[in-house]
Design a protein around this ligand. Structure first.
Ligand SMILES: [Zn+2]
Length: 352
């Protein structure tokens, strides 16, 4: 029998006290007190309803209660009160009954598509945490970056390209579980790994797979061999770093020249996920945003501004800065459209 969990405010209340409040609610003196107590009781009921969703299905006796722990789903073994992380729970589920892996709805554990998060609207800035600042280079030998996250002539580039030879080993940068193995349009043969911090890494243009979906992988384990499948001009690894389907500039998180992660906890702003605000031809420099205070206002500080002069046209400004008109309009959504008239002195955000 699962322990009843109340809203934190109600944990100190007894059942008798709650009934007492409910019975006396209409007689309480002020509307305001009635209002607040009603809200507390409603939220208590909601949280109780949520936490009592039990995960059952393992061999007979083990019953888990799903809970929220530090904002993430965890599981409590009802007999031992041991707390398991999502990953530990899945590993246990696999060993006990291989066919039984309960796909959690909020997990978006979908082995059929590269991006199952299409319906998710991310809130910015968001925090990413890593166990430590170590990652394994995705290829053996020296890493040569041939194209970066950012704007380029044939459209936005949402990953980083690392040079390799066909048949070279491609390794997972962090430990995790393989969520997707398959052919994806444009990306060719692709492997997606989900990591403990909910980050996902995408390895594209492979020639061969060395892992299967749902397999757990250690940091540095070979996922496949490098290749030229999909839309690739020459053999290379296209590596993407995603959080809930949104690509982050890999060079904001990972140092590709002296392999390490810049910090074990970093804030990510919207600008760091927008390829138009980065150049795929040049290495950018980024402030490591280790606090919410640093993250707030970072995008505005990093913005590159163009001041409109007499005789300027959108087309001319775009061309002068090596941009497409559509990119310029996209970056100044609320200020200009393709047909709007520019004002002298007007500020436009341009790509670096
Ligand atoms: Zn690429």
């Amino acid at each position: 029998m699962a322990k009843t969990r109340y809203h934190p405010i109600l944990e100190t209340f007894s059942d008798a006290l709650i009934s007492e409040i409910l019975l006396n609610l209409p007689h309480l003196k002020t509307m305001r007190t009635q209002y607040y107590l009603t809200i507390i009781i409603i939220s208590a009921c909601i949280s109780q309803y949520k936490s009592q969703e039990k995960i059952q299905g393992l061999a007979d006796t083990i019953i888990f209660e799903k809970i929220l722990l530090d904002g993430d789903t965890a599981f409590i073994d009802q007999s031992t009160q041991e707390i398991l992380t999502k990953r530990e729970y899945r590993m246990l589920a696999e060993t006990v009954e291989p066919s039984y892996i309960e796909p959690l709805l909020e997990d978006f554990w979908d082995t059929m598509q590269v991006n199952p998060y299409k319906s998710v609207a991310l809130q910015y800035p968001f925090l990413l945490t890593f166990q430590d600042t170590i990652y394994h280079p995705p290829i053996d030998g020296r890493m040569v970056v041939t194209s970066r996250f950012g704007r380029r002539r044939r459209g936005p580039h949402r990953g980083i390209d690392i040079d390799l030879e066909i048949g070279d080993s491609v390794r997972t940068v962090l430990g995790g579980q393989v969520r997707f193995v398959g052919y994806s349009r444009g990306h060719g043969k692709t492997v997606v790994v989900r990591h403990d911090n909910d980050l996902e890494t995408v390895y594209a243009h492979l020639s061969e797979y060395k892992v299967k979906t749902n397999e757990f992988v250690e940091r540095g384990q070979v996922l496949g061999l490098g290749g030229i499948t999909g839309n690739a001009r020459g053999s290379h690894l296209h590596l993407e770093i995603r959080h809930k389907g949104v690509c982050i500039n890999p060079e904001y998180l990972f140092n590709f020249y002296n392999p390490h992660i810049f910090a074990d906890s970093l804030w990510v702003t919207e600008g760091l996920t927008n390829p138009l605000r980065h150049s795929s031809y040049r290495k950018g420099s980024y402030e490591v945003l280790t606090s919410r205070e640093l993250a707030d206002g970072y995008d505005a500080r990093a913005e590159k501004i163009y001041v409109v002069r007499q005789g300027d046209t959108l087309w001319g400004i775009a061309r002068k800065n090596g941009m497409r008109v559509s990119d310029l309009v996209q970056m100044n959504k609320n200020k200009v459209s393709a047909t709007s008239t520019l004002r002298i002195g007007q500020h436009l955000v341009i790509s670096p």
